[in-house]
Each structure stands twice: as C-alpha cells, then as structure tokens.
Design a protein around this ligand. Structure first.
Ligand SMILES: C[S@@+](CC[C@H](N)C(=O)[O-])C[C@H]1O[C@@H](n2cnc3c(N)ncnc32)[C@H](O)[C@@H]1O
Length: 253
C-alpha cells in the first residue's frame, strides 16, 4: 500500500472487493493447517477473524462440520460474504458479522478454533493473540498466517512496501516467540506455497486491474493508482525469496 488519499482507497477497494480473497492462501493450505488441529470436537465452534469476502471461510465450511462466525471490519466484504452464504445455502451454519477484532464483542472462552489468514497483524500480533486467547476455550486452537522475512537485506522497494503496510513484520522466530509469550503451545507451522499467492489472489488481482485500466483509461489519477496497486504482484514475481506467508497452528493449553 503506497498512497492513503480517499481516491486511492476508493480504487483499492474497487480492486479488492472483486477478488475471491484479499490475501495469499488456498484450500490445500487450509486443509493442511486443519490437519494439525488434532482433537477438535466433532461440531466445533469456529471464528474466522479478518475474513475479507470469506475465501477461507467457505473452504472451512467445506472442510469441516460445526458453525462459523466470520468477522471483518470492512462492511462491503461482509455484504459479499452474506450474499455468497445465501446463494450456497450456508446461512444456517455461517454467520457473517461486521466487527473489530480488537474489540470483538463475542463471549469469552466460546470458540474451539480461531482462524485468521493475513489479518491479525492489523491490530498487532501480540494484541491479537491475547484477544484470541480470551475467546478460545481451554484446549482450543489458533490457526493464522502471517508475513515474515526469510532473507536478509531485501531490496529497498520490497522493504518500503512492507514498511508501509506492516512495519513490525519480523521473522518466523519472532512470531513463534510471540505465540509462546501469549500462552499458546505450537502444534506446527509451514510456508504457503507459491501457488497460494497466485491462483486465488494475484492472478485475479492482475485481471481486475487490467479490467479497471480499461474503465479508467481517461482518468489519469485512477490509472496511476491502479499502476501502484499492480506493483505488489510484480514485486512478488521478482523478490518472493525475501519474504513468505507462514501458517502457524497453536493451542491454548
Ligand atoms: C489481507 S486481508 C485478508 C482477508 C482474508 N482473511 C483472506 O485471506 O482473504 C486482511 C483483512 O483484515 C481485515 N481487517 C483489518 N483490520 C481489522 C480489524 N481491526 N477487525 C476486523 N477485520 C480487520 C481487512 O478488512 C481485511 O479483510
């Protein structure tokens, strides 16, 4: 993310609201992370924090039984998820809510599993993990992805991109230390494969940007904003060896 003018955000959301998901991830990786949650009850109560339009929420609804509360603070994402749930006949199992994960207004110790892909960092990982610990039943699981560095001395443009969006981004070891400090026991972790960045995220993003470049061909500001947004997948194409998205699975003892 580079600019923060109202017009930037208008165009940003015009791109992001149309995508199947708003960050890297895929169904196979969600299934792999879920396989590390041994001992879940047969009908678990699940919370998906920072769900976006619900890409992973819908995967979870297919991969497991139980009920899901999916929460995001961007109302249009939740509207789109609600429409998908109605269309798929899932509204009885999945509840989509607008809410702030920093103050989720949900009953304490009421969830067996909290899922969050690429979202906890928005309120600071440590704060988010403490919120999650309070919402989980003893023995409950927290499963989340977080961006981490994996190579020293990233190119300036990569560093600048993350400094704007995620200045506190650390290494996997930093995340593991935070997980432990917040009172969780690690069950497993793995790096998202490259296809999890492209299939449901950057490929549809580049397609959407091209579509909007046509729509805004006569609008220099919108077109320049789209060029800025397009830098992220382009940087990933060139420099993905410097950083990764990591899945972490941990348990409240
Ligand atoms: C990188 S996106 C990931 C979305 C989704 N989990 C996915 O992987 O497709 C981060 C999401 O966190 C949401 N978010 C940011 N701050 C939030 C907050 N304080 N409470 C709830 N959601 C938040 C954003 O609206 C966005 O949908």
């Amino acid at each position: 993310m580079i600019e923060t003018t109202p017009r930037f955000w208008e165009i940003f959301f015009e791109v992001y609201e149309a995508l199947p998901r708003q960050g890297p991830g895929n169904r196979a990786s969600a299934a792999k992370a879920l396989s590390l949650c041994g001992g879940l009850p047969p009908m678990p109560v699940i919370l998906d924090l920072g769900c976006g339009v619900g890409g992973q929420t819908l995967h979870l609804s297919e991969l497991m039984s139980g009920t899901i509360v999916a929460m995001d603070n961007h109302a249009p994402f939740i509207e789109r998820l609600k429409a998908a749930l109605a269309e798929l006949g899932l509204a009885n199992r999945v509840q989509a809510l607008v809410g702030d994960m920093a103050q989720p207004s949900l009953p304490p110790e009421s969830f067996d599993l909290i899922w969050s892909e690429g979202a906890l960092y928005n309120i600071g990982l440590e704060k988010a993990l403490k919120v999650c610990r309070g919402l989980l039943r003893p023995g409950g699981f927290i499963v989340f992805t977080d961006a981490v560095w994996r190579k020293e001395n990233p190119p300036a443009e990569v560093k600048a991109g993350f400094d704007l969006d995620y200045p506190a981004m650390g290494w996997a070891a930093d995340v593991l230390a935070t997980v432990k400090r917040c009172g969780f026991e690690l069950q497993g972790r793995f790096t998202l494969p490259d296809e999890a960045w492209w299939t449901d995220f950057y490929t549809p993003m580049e397609r959407r940007i091209n579509e909007l470049q046509g729509k805004y061909a006569q609008d220099a500001e919108a077109s320049a904003t789209l060029d800025l947004i397009a830098r992220e997948p382009e940087l990933h194409r060139r420099y993905s060896d410097y950083y990764a998205y990591e899945f972490f699975v941990a348990r409240r003892p």
